[in-house]
Design a protein around this ligand. Structure first.
Ligand code: PMP
Length: 648
């Protein structure tokens, strides 16, 4: 099985013309890259793919002189150039894509990616998604079949320029693997793209000498000894070329053939063809993309290879972004010790202490998996504590348990006896008499005056006030909406964002109430096999740590506010102010539509133009300025579509 490394090289770089032939310790940069490729275990041949432009004659001449294979193809179609180069090496089964502006490419890392490709049996292996290796150590390895498919089907200029973006997007067709760096070096910049980078590279080689092949560990050791070297090029932004291009391109057509076929298949064996109402065709419509293959940051890809800015954020767990390097590293670290155990772990108290430090009402904590687990436990505990049975729900959704779905139009299977114990009233309702009420359950999204009113009534009449912070927790404020609004409940429920996508929820509250969860009997029963599952606890510790460290919540407010302002302006431009309104706080801005037809038209047009959305802006920390630009463009398109149906 032959593997050919293609090194993409040209003189016409916009930022640093001629960089690939610049001198680095007596050799052109290109020579460094070729050296790494030639020494990479598993690479059988190395070919330079340059352009037919006259200015690249110098590259061909150098290759000829140094016995290096070279292929020349179109400058503006890099994919075609790679295909042409590979075609000259008939026995190739896999292609390694390297670029000539990475002088510190490490042959062992190249070899490891090639080996991953071989052993995992995937179509595409890389070390760039997510970025855990230094920028400048990029390696991608893919089957020639994937390359041919990309050549035949990738039509967008940016996909032809970036070579592998089309393959990486179509993950359902081309299964992918990532080689993760054990040390998370994603913030290091070792690439050669600017004068500052050149100065950095020259300093590095001045110190490590011409030792070939240099290992990335040699460079790391040098940087440990001389950390000031990083200052040479520390302030250069991450390359957003692909995302910039996508944000500026016209709306492209999307098909969902694979997704539709998957629906037919899944529906045979899975009621709803999904595990969640809000992620199913009931929410999005049968014509929508219904299956995703992967996510990264604030983006997701459906099984047909279409890319979306994700304004659903997995129904809000995704607060930092998909494949967050810090959270994923914490999960991997824990994975080295185990997942679920026969006894409790120290992680439980560690996370519980953090929650008690951050959340005003939290004196004690118990963990579970879903929001439903903890809202249900909270209600049971309130009943146990007060000796009363009745519960009042002040609007909102609190999960799928009997006590809360009673009285909704999906309450089949809920015994009448249970239903009679729940009273559902709209948010804002006056509650005068609570002497026979065990608990008042409310989502504290807004209106601190009403929340304070409930606080006083519950205290006066001995009812337990429960804040369901499953949505607001770790999104509105680190201490929840109760901290933001200055109203402290007796018990509160958290879930969703606290572990950035890992299944974890927490019941927190007053110690005298929480103690009812332990003997002496009779006590309230709340216990489960997976309550202390360690990957989720490790993920939550890392998530909350990052939320604090990076001021994530502040960014959610800022980003959400800017997006809402933009969307309102675009709506007003179309004269739709009386049909579509925005409410709620910026981290979770909600849309309200005059009727369902408008809501459906809006959502369809948003998705068709590349924004996955239900009816709220669920911003996450990883959303970039380019992502927000795309969402605004979608809003513009969707409002125009709504206007069309209103005019007709
Ligand atoms: N409470 C609120 C406020 C929620 O939004 C949800 C879920 N959307 C739940 C409880 C139930 O959480 P889960 O789906 O994790 O059981």
């Amino acid at each position: 099985m032959s593997v050919v490394a293609i090194v993409i090289a040209r003189m016409g770089s916009a930022r640093l013309p001629g960089k690939v032939m610049m001198d680095l310790a007596g050799q052109p940069v290109l020579r460094w890259v070729i050296g790494a490729a030639l020494h990479a275990p598993g690479v059988d041949e190395v070919i330079i793919a340059t352009t037919t432009e006259p200015r690249d004659d110098v590259i061909e001449a150098w290759c000829d002189k140094n016995d290096v294979l070279v292929y020349r193809g179109p400058e503006d179609d890099v994919l075609a150039r790679v295909v042409g180069a590979v075609a000259t090496y008939k026995s190739a089964r896999a292609v390694v894509r390297l670029t000539a502006d990475c002088p510190f490419l490490d042959s062992q890392v190249i070899g490891a990616v090639v080996r991953l490709w071989k052993t995992a049996g995937c179509a595409y292996a890389s070390n760039i998604e997510p970025r855990t290796w230094p920028d400048g150590l990029d390696v991608e390895c893919f089957s020639v079949e994937a390359m041919w498919a990309a050549d035949a089907e990738a039509a967008r200029p940016i996909d032809r320029e970036c070579v592998t973006t089309w393959i990486a997007r179509n993950r359902s067709r081309f299964p992918a693997e990532n080689l993760t760096c054990p040390f998370n070096l994603g913030h290091e910049r070792w690439v050669l793209d600017t004068e500052d980078d050149l100065a950095f590279c020259r300093e590095v080689v001045r110190h490590i000498g011409k030792k070939k092949p240099a290992s990335y560990l040699d460079i790391l050791r040098l940087l440990d000894e001389r950390p000031h070297l990083r200052a040479y090029n520390a302030h250069h932004p991450v390359n957003e070329r692909y995302h910039e291009a996508v944000a500026n391109e016209p709306i492209i057509e999307r098909t969902h053939t694979r997704s539709q076929a998957q629906f037919e298949r899944a529906h045979q064996v899975i009621p709803l063809a999904s595990q969640t109402f809000s992620k199913s065709h009931i929410q999005f419509g049968r014509e929508a993309p219904l299956f995703v293959s992967h996510g990264q940051g604030g983006l997701v890809w459906d099984t047909d290879g279409n890319e979306y800015v994700d304004m659903v954020s997995a129904l809000l767990p995704n607060v930092l972004g998909y494949r967050d390097c810090d959270v994923d590293a914490a999960i991997r670290r824990q994975l080295c010790s185990g997942i679920s155990f026969s006894l409790a772990t120290e992680l439980e108290a560690q996370l519980a202490e953090t929650l008690c430090r951050l959340i005003p009402c939290a004196e004690m904590v118990r963990f579970a998996k879903n929001g439903t687990d903890v809202t249900t436990a909270a209600v049971r505990l309130a009943r146990a504590y007060t000796g009363r049975d009745k519960v009042i729900i002040c609007g909102g959704y609190h999960g799928w348990a009997d006590w809360t779905v009673a009285g909704t139009d999906r309450d089949l299977g809920v015994p009448n006896k249970v239903a009679r114990l729940t009273d559902r009233v709209p948010f804002g309702t006056s509650l005068d008499f609570l002497h026979d009420i065990a608990a008042v359950v409310v989502e504290p999204e807004h209106d601190p005056r009403y929340l304070q009113y409930l606080r006083e009534r519950c205290s006066r009449d001995g009812a337990v006030l429960i804040f369901d912070e499953v949505l607001t927790g770790f999104r509105f404020d680190l201490g929840g909406a109760q901290k933001l609004h200055g109203v402290t409940p007796d018990l509160a429920c958290f879930g969703k964002a606290m572990a950035n996508g890992m299944p974890l929820s927490a019941l927190v509250g007053r110690a005298d109430i929480m103690r009812k969860l332990e003997p002496p009997n009779p006590c309230a029963f709340f216990s489960g096999t997976f309550g202390g599952e360690a990957l989720s606890l490790a993920a939550a510790i890392a998530t909350i740590d990052k939320l604090e460290r990076e001021n994530v919540i502040e960014k959610l407010w800022h980003c959400g506010r800017a997006l809402r302002q933009d969307a309102e302006r675009l709506r007003d431009d179309q004269g739709l102010g009386n049909l579509i309104t925005f409410t709620g706080e910026p981290p979770l801005t909600r849309l309200k539509f005059r009727d369902q037809t408008i809501a459906d038209t809006f959502r369809r047009a948003m998705i068709a133009s590349g924004t996955l959305i239900i009816a709220s802006n669920n911003v996450c920390w990883a959303h970039t300025a380019n992502d927000m630009k795309r969402v605004s463009k979608s809003y513009d398109h969707a409002f125009a579509e709504v206007r069309k149906i209103c005019a007709s």
